[in-house]
Design a protein around this ligand. Structure first.
Ligand code: PNS
Length: 166
């Protein structure tokens, strides 16, 4: 039987912290699926196809890694793709409350699906998509935080947003 895991997130955009987790997680499973949430509540900086393209480019050559988008409940998606495990990253204690709450709720919704927490390398313990977007908009240095093509996409999108009439 294949061991399949889902690593869900907004990935707006993918950071080097996400990619560090992908490297760790993919060694533990036969298939490691990066699942981008089509979140209608948030106003993302990048569309789903843009985020998927950036993730695919960043994970090219990682043969057991796949990129998909999903809508609706994560546990329904996990069951649909045959994943017994949801992988999430814990960077610091501040992530823990929210992650524990989600893990418990997901267990209540689907008791057979386990949540596995992985810890990224400490150099990424403070990296988040939200901060990376903010740095891009405010013209800061993105090197080491995201892959170079993502940094280019962030700078381009930030320039578009700046040029847009308010
Ligand atoms: O990268 P994020 O924004 O921290 O990821 C959050 C995500 C996608 C894991 C979470 O919002 C999610 O699973 N959403 C899907 C809807 C769902 O299943 N909600 C109930 C979770 S307990």
């Amino acid at each position: 039987m294949k061991r399949i895991a889902v690593y869900p997130g907004t990935f707006d955009p993918v950071t080097n912290g996400h990619l560090d987790l992908v490297e760790r997680g993919r060694r533990l499973f036969d298939r490691f699926i990066l699942a981008i949430l089509e979140n209608r509540d948030k106003r993302p900086m990048f569309t789903i196809p843009e985020r998927a393209a950036m993730l695919r480019e960043a994970t090219v050559g990682l043969d057991n890694v796949e990129v998909e988008a999903f809508d609706g409940l994560l546990v329904h998606y996990a069951r649909r793709v045959g994943a017994a495990v949801i992988v999430r990253g814990i960077r610091a204690v501040t992530d823990f409350d929210y992650e524990l709450q989600m893990a418990m709720m997901n267990r209540r919704l689907a008791s057979s699906v386990e949540t596995l927490f992985l810890v990224p390398s400490e150099e990424y313990s403070y990296v988040s998509s939200r901060l990376v977007r903010e740095i891009a908009v405010l013209g800061g240095d993105l090197s080491g935080l995201v892959p170079p093509p993502v940094a280019a996409a962030l700078r381009a999108r930030a320039a578009e947003l700046e040029a847009r009439p308010r």
